[in-house]
Ligand binder design. Structure first.
Ligand code: SF4
Length: 548
């Protein structure tokens, strides 16, 4: 197999050895090769936006000390930077330039805040439940296990940039939570076998795929050993040809999960045990949580990862004053742990705990939308009321996790319905809080100004179904139908202006119901409902007025 360009680069010069060159770089004139190497040190820059740099700070399990946070805020203020919480519970400093990025990078390193291996072909920040170890439903505290795993690879020459592609890891030791981890390459999911609590192993998740059950149970004391064994098997056997087919997912796709488990066993000295009983459950996000010691946790909802510096200072001084611990979640929110009373001097932001949004055009040059502002176009009240989870990405890379949510959105621009305007792809059917399936693309192009009406129809259908949550609605209703049928059905519900709702019956039966409406554009021979779809979508969305 011919190695891809990045692999050839790594063979010529190791990412670990590149550290020596960083201080000699002309940051005003970087090559693509330099950009790859810098990513191994958490320094991000792309050709599309050569002036701007970003630093990503690794925060194991999302736990940060107040002293570390204070220092990061001071740096952000001194250099006029923005500070964001990412969907892997880390922090990013945005707004850096060629003149100050290395200085800031060094300042962070001096204080032991590492940006190492937070980008490109590395083990990314290992994530867990923000209430890890302190929740009344916590069975295994995972923080120490995360540190053990991190110690295997962090700042080690044999691991820096040596994987075929990025590798996301999650571990959860709490019985019920409102986060979702099956989109990770490796997920240790809380499980019980006999009297023992431990973890079942899931492998091969990514932004567009759910991790598969490896049929392996691991006791807590063997977690780091298993992590290292999986990592070694991936490093040795991972695909390094076409860059778009190098994630662990692609190796499993090519050889099968059983064959990969055999490869893991080459590196794992213990006996591999078959899986236990998965014990993860889903709960609805709520602002307060009762903790084991009788104190409370509070979720401060950021504006989809964004918090201005003044607010950061207020949050920090509140934590210092009340002697609280701070933790970041993969929902891009900030958690206070240890509150004596159920009250805080902050207001909640509408929809923030229900929407995961990627950085967007303000922070990422690949985005066609300012995602974090565009969320205001969503029916946020309903989304929050019915606890719908939205994943919103600025491009198909999928940092907003649009495949692992109830309703997934990807921003784009289109001239399909007239002048060029903002629009979104819409995904449905994700089953993400338990072993399930990734969402499917249902609508390739919906004009932004019509998105809220369409999403409201979807939510109404869910409410009528009486299912306990949208995920169950997806499993029992949405995923029984073809993508074309769902597109046709939701368009019909807008086009006919009638109260029609999905039922768990055949497509033929539901189509026959639509035919009873005189205005429904039905055709005797309509391959995949495309004629009906075309008539309705253009009638609804053509000649839109607002363009940008
Ligand atoms: S999804 Fe695309 S636009 Fe959004 S942060 Fe990721 S790469 Fe950038």
């Amino acid at each position: 197999m011919k190695l891809n360009k990045i692999e050839r680069l790594k063979k010529r010069f190791s990412p670990y050895a590149y550290r020596e060159r960083i201080h000699e770089l002309d940051l005003y004139n970087l090559s693509e090769d330099d950009r790859f190497y810098l990513k191994n040190y958490g320094i991000y820059n792309i050709k599309l936006n050569e002036e701007q740099f970003m630093l990503r700070i690794r925060i194991a399990a999302g736990r940060i000390t107040l002293k570390q946070l204070q220092l990061i805020i001071e740096i952000a203020k001194r250099y006029d930077l923005e500070l964001l919480i990412t969907a892997r519970a880390q922090l990013e400093l945005h707004g850096l330039s060629s003149s100050n990025v290395i200085k800031v990078w060094e300042l962070l390193a001096q204080e032991k805040m590492l940006t190492l291996q937070t980008l490109t072909d590395n083990f990314r920040n290992i994530v867990t439940d923000p209430y890890d170890g302190v929740d009344i439903e916590s069975k295994i505290e995972t923080y120490d296990l995360i540190e053990q795993m991190q110690n295997i690879f962090l700042n080690k020459s044999e691991w820096m940039g040596t994987l075929p592609r990025k590798f996301n890891t999650a571990i959860c030791g709490t019985l019920s939570n409102s986060v979702h981890f099956f989109g990770n390459d490796l997920f240790f999911a809380l499980a019980k076998k006999g009297e023992d609590w431990g973890f079942n192993l899931y492998l091969g998740g990514k932004n567009s795929a759910v991790a598969q059950d490896a049929d392996i149970f691991i006791l807590p004391q063997n977690v780091s050993l298993m992590f290292e064994s999986v990592a070694k098997a991936y490093r040795v056997y991972g695909l390094r040809g076409s860059r778009s087919k190098t994630r662990l997912f692609h190796l499993l796709d090519s050889i099968g999960i059983e064959a990969f488990v055999k490869k893991i066993s080459q590196f794992y000295p213990e006996k591999i045990e078959s899986k236990g009983q998965l014990t993860l459950d889903k709960n609805a996000p709520s602002p307060y949580r009762v903790l084991k010691d009788g104190s409370y946790g509070y979720c401060y909802q950021s504006r989809f990862g964004v918090i201005d510096l003044e607010t950061w200072e207020r949050l920090l001084s509140f934590a210092v004053d009340k002697k609280l611990q701070i933790c970041f979640g993969v929902d891009q929110n900030l958690y206070f742990l240890g509150l004596k009373e159920k009250s805080v001097p902050f207001n909640s932001l509408l929809g923030a705990s229900n929407v995961t949004a990627c950085a967007g055009s303000h922070y990422c040059a690949l985005s066609l939308w300012d995602i974090k502002s565009e969320t205001s176009y969503l029916p946020l009240k309903k989304i929050e009321k019915y606890n719908i989870h939205i994943g919103f990405s600025g491009c198909l890379k999928g940092c907003g996790r649009h495949y692992h949510c109830d309703i997934g959105l990807v921003g784009l621009r289109t001239n399909t319905y007239g002048k060029t305007q903002k629009a979104a792809r819409v995904y449905l059917g994700g089953v993400y809080s338990r072993p399930g399936v990734a969402a499917r693309l249902i609508f390739p192009v919906v004009p932004l100004q019509h998105l809220a009406a369409l999403i409201e129809k979807m939510i109404e259908s869910y409410i009528k179904s009486d299912m306990e949550d949208f995920e169950s609605f997806s499993e029992t209703y949405l995923n029984k139908f073809s993508t074309e049928f769902l597109m046709m059905w939701f368009l019909a519900s807008l086009y006919l202006k009638e109260e029609i709702y999905l039922q768990p019956c055949s497509e033929e039966k539901l189509y026959h119901q639509l035919e009873q409406y005189p205005d429904f554009p039905s055709f005797k021979e309509d391959d995949k409902y495309m004629q009906s779809i075309n008539i309705m979508k253009h009638a609804l969305w053509d000649d839109t007025i607002h363009t940008s």
